[in-house]
Design a protein around this ligand. Sequence first.
Ligand code: SF4
Ligand code: SF4
Length: 362
Amino acid sequence: MTTASGTTEVSREPEGAREQAGFDEIHILWISEGMSCDGDTVSMTASGQPAIEDIVLGLIPGLPKAHLYNKVLSPSLGGEDFLVPFRAAAAGELSPFILVIEGSIPNQNIIEGDGYWTSFGNDLKTGEPLTLNWWIDRLAPKAWAVVAAGTCATYGGIHAMAGNPTGSMGLADYLGWDFRSQGALPIVNVPGCPIQPENFMETLTWLLYHAAGSAPPPPLDEMLRPQWLFGKTVHEGCDRAAYYEQADFAKDYNSPKCQVKVGCWGPVVNCNVPKRGWMGGLGGCPNVGGICIGCTMPGFPDTFMPFMDEPTGGSLSSSLIRPYGAFIRRMRAITSMAVNKEPKWRHNRPELTSGYDPHWRA
Ligand code: SF4
Ligand code: SF4
């Protein structure tokens, strides 16, 4: 299969028969050695609904027993001890497993034979580093499901921006957008820089229910994102959207008003963070004064730079809404004065003026 990286010879197709769901146990092999800051792993640990602990401790009814291998959460001593399940899976001796990749995939082909961009463990015979690409080539075709965690792994992210020397890309660019896992699933992309904690854990939980045979595959959009998480824009869930509707725009970052003129891309960005919050339902970029810079999007960061400049479309739409917003604001101010009064019959005089009729009785 042709990949964005060009010439690699390794087959991307699943090997052997496709595995059916209905597992009692499953392994989660999480490699964060892509080009990344490990922020997605850190973010995932903040999830409360569900927490990763709930899954690994088997506290959620109906899920298969999950064995998680993530270097931040691993009870192993690290080194070769940590690598045991990864080596077993690469050798076809561990199954079924979900492969989670964190970080973007560098293009090893552009420097083949002349070093490596990023690695995970060493070759036991030669002592040479094993590249991330080596692991993906061996694990992805054997995985029951493959998940890309974070914008770097999904679409390339910061490492893949214009002018980068590594040729970095997202997992689907590397494996092919038509890749199918052993569970007949496309790559599941959960973008975010970093992932919103519950967005990732909710997706993982859905996959685990599917692995148990009790849920259909998670519905994905054309960019392989979970539809129920990325189907709406930031703007549609933003605390400040009423200001936008009234054409009441912030001029600086110390304002509670709509930030479109100071660089917010929310109206065209697919992300549920303003609705969901960041940790425990709190926070969420525009809700707490941060402009949306489109960190979940396939074109991030180039498309949204320079950050803090007014988006091109924002200038047009905010101009168009200005006359409507100014009129509506004035009308609402008048109505607001009217509705901010108590009715006139609420008084302490000796007569009743509420309109009560003492003769009204059957
Ligand atoms: S701050 Fe951004 S997301 Fe919120 S209303 Fe304004 S443009 Fe929309
Ligand atoms: S609101 Fe914008 S900047 Fe914030 S997480 Fe979502 S896409 Fe990223």
